[in-house]
Design a protein around this ligand. Structure first.
Ligand SMILES: CC(C)(COP(=O)(O)OP(=O)(O)OC[C@H]1O[C@@H](n2cnc3c(N)ncnc32)[C@H](O)[C@@H]1OP(=O)(O)O)[C@@H](O)C(=O)NCCC(=O)NCCS
Length: 187
């Protein structure tokens, strides 16, 4: 089915929260405690997206990939310095990818790459050009780590932070050359 890409609106909060929850419950199984993943995560994600989407400002954006009325994936990118400070470690210039999630049934089919490419295309229409793209990825999230490294991402820092009731090792990954990332996404 053809995919349609568009920016999220505040009324998309429930659908994003649903996919976000299913993605965490599968991708983070074994990495975060079952009690956290099987707890009231959906309600927590719903509250998060219901407050976060209306707060997105200026050049922040959340892109959705839709297959008919089904949400196939989404990416959230914070460009605005104020938005980034919602991440206590977020003070780094560039496009900050806060979330990239593909429907668990549609992973490994190229959509992650496509969403990153759409992100780079959208970023070119913003008033300020961004020098780089970066994100945090759990060290034990082997699939995502492999995906990012295959696209040329470099680990520049490793921190330990609280997540889901435990401490997790998390890498900061950076793409300093956006043209190279773009080429890797198109391969
Ligand atoms: C990580 C994620 C976003 C990747 O998206 P995806 O659509 O599954 O990945 P793609 O199909 O676009 O992969 C593109 C390329 O990455 C590479 N790749 C993917 N996974 C890889 C891995 N584990 N190891 C090495 N290379 C990998 C492959 O080269 C692949 O290219 P190919 O199709 O030619 O083989 C997706 O799997 C996902 O949503 N995971 C769960 C949520 C998550 O962990 N998000 C990231 C949080 S930081």
């Amino acid at each position: 089915m053809t995919l349609l890409f568009r920016q999220a609106k505040p009324e998309d909060a429930t659908r994003i929260a649903d996919l976000h929850t299913r993605s965490w419950r599968t991708a983070y199984r074994g990495l975060l405690p079952d009690a956290y993943l099987d707890g009231p995560l959906l309600q927590e994600r719903q509250a998060y997206w219901a407050t976060t989407l209306p707060k997105a400002q200026d050049d922040d954006f959340v892109l959705l990939a839709e297959a008919g009325d089904r949400l196939a994936g989404f990416i959230a990118v914070w460009c605005n310095e104020t938005s980034k400070t919602s991440d206590p470690y977020g003070n780094y210039p560039g496009l900050f990818v806060d979330n990239l999630h593909i429907d668990p049934e549609g992973r490994g089919k190229g959509l992650g790459r496509q969403l990153l490419l759409k992100t780079l295309e959208h970023a070119q229409s913003l008033p300020d050009l961004r020098p780089s793209l970066w994100l945090w990825v759990m060290a034990k999230n082997a699939r995502a780590l492999g995906f990012y490294q295959a696209l040329g991402g470099a680990i520049t820092e490793t921190i330990t932070e609280p997540f889901g009731g435990i401490l997790v090792e998390t890498h900061r990954m950076i793409w300093a050359d956006l043209a190279a990332l773009r080429a890797a996404c198109q391969r």
